[in-house]
Design a protein. Structure first.
Length: 80
């Protein structure tokens, strides 16, 4: 699910992702189905982002953070 960017879109705060080297780039690559670059630390950062926000992956294309959370949950299941 891709959302065309709009003025009222609630974008995810990038601070948490900025703290993990290569995380933002790995998430952008993951939009194409290649998840091998996602690290456990990056997924931990993704899980800190608020529900309902959108990650601006490319100009004009934002993805719901739930898209990335699902990818991370499948690659690195949360230990209970």
């Amino acid at each position: 699910m891709v959302r065309e960017t709009e003025a009222d879109a609630e974008y995810c705060p990038p601070k948490a992702l900025d703290n993990e080297d290569g995380c933002y780039d790995a998430l952008r690559i993951a939009t194409g189905g290649d998840i091998r670059w996602l690290s456990k630390e990056c997924c931990t950062a993704v899980r800190t982002l608020p529900d309902g926000c959108y990650l601006l992956a490319f100009p004009g294309k934002a993805y719901p953070i739930d898209f990335f959370t699902t990818i991370c949950d499948n690659k690195f299941p949360i230990e209970k």
